[in-house]
Design a protein around this ligand. Structure first.
Ligand SMILES: NC(=O)c1ccc[n+]([C@@H]2O[C@H](COP(=O)([O-])OP(=O)(O)OC[C@H]3O[C@@H](n4cnc5c(N)ncnc54)[C@H](OP(=O)(O)O)[C@@H]3O)[C@@H](O)[C@H]2O)c1
Length: 230
């Protein structure tokens, strides 16, 4: 871990007061509309790349852009490309459609990390729109993925979710900072995606954070925290 050359990894997500990232129908719009995702788009300005899990790619199919020319200009002033690279992790990409916004909207470069479960024919199709890396038989080695991103010039990686990808990254101690917009709503649902899903951590492996800042707005809280590394 000490020698791992990886980007600075920061999470940016919107969640309900009860920690949900979407509702039981997996509608992300249940948390916030396109109009009030300003914080998300602003954070995309400072990111070299934005990473999402395979379910988020397929369910939300976002173009992962900064959504405005002003933000694009800010990026260029910072010496970055006008839009961040888009990255997704998906173990089995055989049903992944390459006709949507992730693959076609905006001019951010695209990277897919997948496994040997994805057939060569599908890899060839995805390769027409993205760089593809096969990193494992059944599950992607995320440390390796982050090393590759670092080699591709990604020094700041923004992770947007969902709950499975966030758990996988936290498990491997790969997240450095958490930025959350906490909405004034409770969504419920025992099977609803939360900020951190997966199998969960036992007492010895629980992840600790240091709260850095909380900002109170009329309808939401903004929270910044650093992950305390063991
Ligand atoms: N509110 C927000 O800010 C926000 C942000 C992002 C997403 N969301 C919501 O989150 C929900 C999706 O969350 P989710 O937890 O179901 O899914 P997810 O984390 O987006 O994606 C999970 C999938 O990613 C792949 N994956 C993750 N880690 C992997 C690894 N190490 N190796 C290989 N594959 C890996 C797997 O793909 P396979 O299925 O191929 O195995 C896994 O099933 C959506 O409803 C979305 O709207 C909300």
């Amino acid at each position: 871990m000490e020698n791992l050359k990886k980007p600075f990894v920061f999470l940016c997500a919107g969640m309900s007061l009860d920690g949900k990232l979407s509702n039981y129908k997996k509608e992300c719009s249940a948390i916030s509309s396109d109009n009030d995702r300003k914080m998300l788009y602003d954070y995309r300005v400072i990111a070299d790349a934005v990473m999402i899990g395979g379910n988020t790619l397929q369910l939300d199919d976002s173009g992962l852009t900064t959504k405005s020319v002003e933000r694009q200009n800010k990026r260029v002033k910072l010496g970055k490309s006008s839009e961040p690279m888009k990255v997704s992790v998906i173990s089995d990409a055989n049903n992944l459609k390459t006709s949507g916004d992730f693959f076609n909207k905006g001019n951010g470069k695209r990277v897919i990390f997948t496994t040997k479960k994805t057939l060569q024919k599908k890899i060839d199709e995805i390769k027409k729109k993205a760089k593809v890396f096969i990193l494992g038989d059944n599950w992607v080695d995320l440390k390796k993925a982050l090393e590759i991103l670092y080699e591709l010039g990604v020094k700041k990686l923004m992770v947007e979710g969902g709950g499975t990808l966030i758990y996988e990254l936290l498990k491997d101690d790969l997240i450095d900072e958490i930025n959350l917009k906490i909405g004034d709503l409770i969504i419920g649902g025992k099977n609803t995606v939360t900020l951190c899903d997966g199998e969960g951590f036992d007492k010895l492996n629980v992840k600790k954070v240091k709260f850095v800042k909380i900002t109170k707005k009329p309808n939401f809280l903004i929270l910044k925290a650093k992950i305390i590394k063991n």
